[in-house]
Structures are given as C-alpha cells and as structure tokens.
Design a protein around this ligand. Sequence first.
Ligand SMILES: Nc1nc2c(c(=O)[nH]1)N[C@H]1C(S)=C(S)[C@@H](COP(=O)(O)O)O[C@H]1N2
Ligand SMILES: [Mo]
Length: 445
Amino acid sequence: MSEKIERSIDELYAQDAERADATVFGRKTEVGRRGFLGGAGLAAMGAAVGGAIPFASNMPGGLIPAAMAQGAPAAAPKGPQYLKFPGKDEKLVVLGERPLVAETPEHLLDDDTTPTPKFFVRNNGLLPEENKEPDKWKMTIDGEVNTKLELTVGEMKAKFKPVTQRMVLECGGNGRSFFTPTARGNQWTNGGAGCAEWTGVRLSDVLKAAGVKSSAVFTGHYGSDRSLADASKDALSRGVPIKKAMDGSNLIVFAMNGQPLSNIHGGPVRLIIPGWPGSVSAKWFNRLWVRDKYHDGPGMGATSYRVAIKPMVPGGRADNANFRDLESMPVRSIITSPANGTKLAAGTKEVKLRGAAWAGDNTVRQVDVSTDFGATWTRAKVDKPKNKYDWQRWTASVKLPSDGYFEIWTRGTNSKGEMQPHIAGNWNPQGYGGNPMHRVAVLVG
Ligand SMILES: Nc1nc2c(c(=O)[nH]1)N[C@H]1C(S)=C(S)[C@@H](COP(=O)(O)O)O[C@H]1N2
Ligand SMILES: [Mo]
C-alpha cells in the first residue's frame, strides 16, 4: 500500500488535531503565540465547515470546530450506530452492544420531560428476563436495621405513599468523550442523561420502617442482573453514605412517565438516587444492605466512579490512594435546539435557542450563550426546577451579524458559583466529571 492519501482538514482534525491546528493556524513561533487564522488556513477551515467564519479571529488555537467534533471518533470510526430495541427511539446512538449502552443526542433532549423512548440506556451486565408479575417482585432491606424487611412491590405500594417527581438521571461517565487522552469506558458525549417523571415510594420511608441503627454507615444496592463474565456474580452493586440514602428525594420507582417501569430501565422496580452518578440507582432492585462500613460491591473502589483528589498526569499511572468517590454530578448545560449542524436560510439574523441545565445536588444559577467563540456572552432565561433534582429548561435568542459558519456555545454555573470549563479537566483514567461547555455548529446561507 504505497498510495498517498491526502487527508482533508476535517479528517486531519479527527485524527491529529495538533497537526490540523498547525496547518490552519500556522506553527507557534514563540511561547504562547500562534499564527493568525488567515490566508490558506482560513480558506481550508471555511471549506471544511461549509462557509465563511465571521468570528474566525476569535477562534482559539487547537479548537476542533463543532461541525467536525461530533461523536467520538475513537469509539465510532464508521460513524454512529443507531439503536434498534422495542420501545426505544431509533435515533439513540449505541455506545456498546455487550452490555447494551446507548445515548441520547443532545437535540433529542428537547422535551421538558424526556419521553421514555428517548431515555438513554446503560447496562453493566446481562439484561434480565422481563418480569410478568411486578407486584410479586420481592425486595429485602437488611443489615444495620432493627427489623429486616422482606416485602413485595404490591405490599410496598399498599404500605407507603407513592410520590411523583421529575428528576435527572445521569451516568457518572457522561461527558467522558471530551477527555484527552481518551479515558476508558463508554464514550458519552452529553447524552448519558435524561429527566423523567418517576413514581415510587420514598426510600427514606422504607428505611425508617426498618429502623436504621446508629451503626449504619453506607448502603449496598443490588439488582438481579448478572455479570457478563461470570453469571454467579452481580453485574454492579454500588451504594451511598447513609446520610445520602436518607434524602427524601430518593425513590423506589415502579413507574416512569406514568407507565409501569419497563425492563430495560430496571422494571419492575429500581432506585432513583438523584444528583449522583446513575450507577447508584440500581435497576431490577431486590436488596438494600445497610452496612457498618464503606460498601465493596462491583463498581466500588479503585478508580471506578472515582475522581482524582490531586491532579494527575493525563494518561499517567493512577495511584488508587489519590481517588475519592464521585458524589454530586457537576454542572452541565446543553443546547437542545437547534441541533448541531443545522443549516439556516441565507439572511437569517436571529436564532432562538432552547436547552437544559442541571447540576447534581445543586441548582443552576445561570446559563450563558455565545456565538463568537466565547468573546461575548448573553444570559439565557433559566426556568425554575419543578421539584428538587429536576433539570432547568432555558431559552435565549441570539443575533448573527451575517451569513456564514457559527458556533453556539453554552455554559452553566451552579448555585455554588462553579462554571463549566472550556475543556474537560481533572483527567482520571475512567473519565468522570467531564463537563466542558457544549457547542453546536450552525451554517447560515
Ligand atoms: N442493576 C443494575 N442497575 C444499574 C445498572 C446496571 O448495570 N445494573 N447501571 C447503572 C448505571 S451505570 C446507570 S447510568 C443507570 C442507567 O439507567 P437507565 O439504563 O435506565 O438509563 O442505571 C444504573 N443502575
Ligand atoms: Mo452510569
């Protein structure tokens, strides 16, 4: 194979962003300086994105244009694979087949409440067989409790008051694809999240009925799904400190968006422990073990669902002592309309934006949007959450000065004043906590 292949600028960006950057912007001549985006580079970039770039002079060196940065090239070299599963939207993107994992492209998160067909899917093991008698499903609450509880879903519904809350469920690895170098695991963009109406009984009511002893420290959550490698083992079993477990927002859920919880989302019953990595929200829930120490089920410890306490060398060797559990999820704002790559009629001067923002245990204080690569920002109108752990929908309207290629950027700030960074920071081997600003490309004319 001696054929010489000319790589287009977009292929080059996907494969070797540094060289593409040098090609477009010119080599760095002095420390901290780079060439202008001008002449041949500007023409090449314009051709690649399909139009002139009015704000090209603001474009940061090294930035892969949003028009080319979609998906995760490392994970999907042949482009996205779409999910085919009964009851699920055919535009969900498959990130893994075994176990089955699929994400929701940001523009499919445009509904105030995420419809079940559009809701992302994350399994760690084998999907259990569908249960035909939900009310007979058995659950055990044991360990550091005064009375061990063994109850069926039917008994649970009769004994405890059901409540409905709209709450975000987000995978701990959401945003993982934005890490450089590539972090190990499913290459989520921002679509490992959704916000559904969950109906269930409060976990705290059930724990109070069992009577939590003062020796209780942590919980261990169990589901019926089996490990892919060894069917005698649990696929996943994570837990939370007892204080978090007693939070009144946690539910043992039997209905999602008003319908019985489907098998793929963990039916007949699952936990929803909002604000924290989705992995603590056990599907096919059948046991909660109240423990007198930190839980040690599969998915706990080492670098799983854990972030570095002190910054580590990206791609470097991990020392397990340098990690702590990821607890509250970071702030994230996404643009749900327009979709990335939207083409607008020539002469379009204004674009209406819609999006969603959420921030783990916190609320979202502010969302800003930019059309000029972050040189100037406009504040979005952010709605209040319906209840605690609901996401916050936002709207904004932005003006565009001319035809051409634009990127719309959004950044959220949480109630503690923490804002989304430009790039995924605090690199860790399994890529948790990646929440860089979301960007979509639009082409006018
Ligand atoms: N029993 C069990 N519960 C589980 C999982 C699993 O593999 N097995 N995956 C977890 C992870 S990592 C996430 S992000 C959420 C995903 O829920 P969903 O598939 O309903 O979107 O379920 C969590 N609960
Ligand atoms: Mo997850």
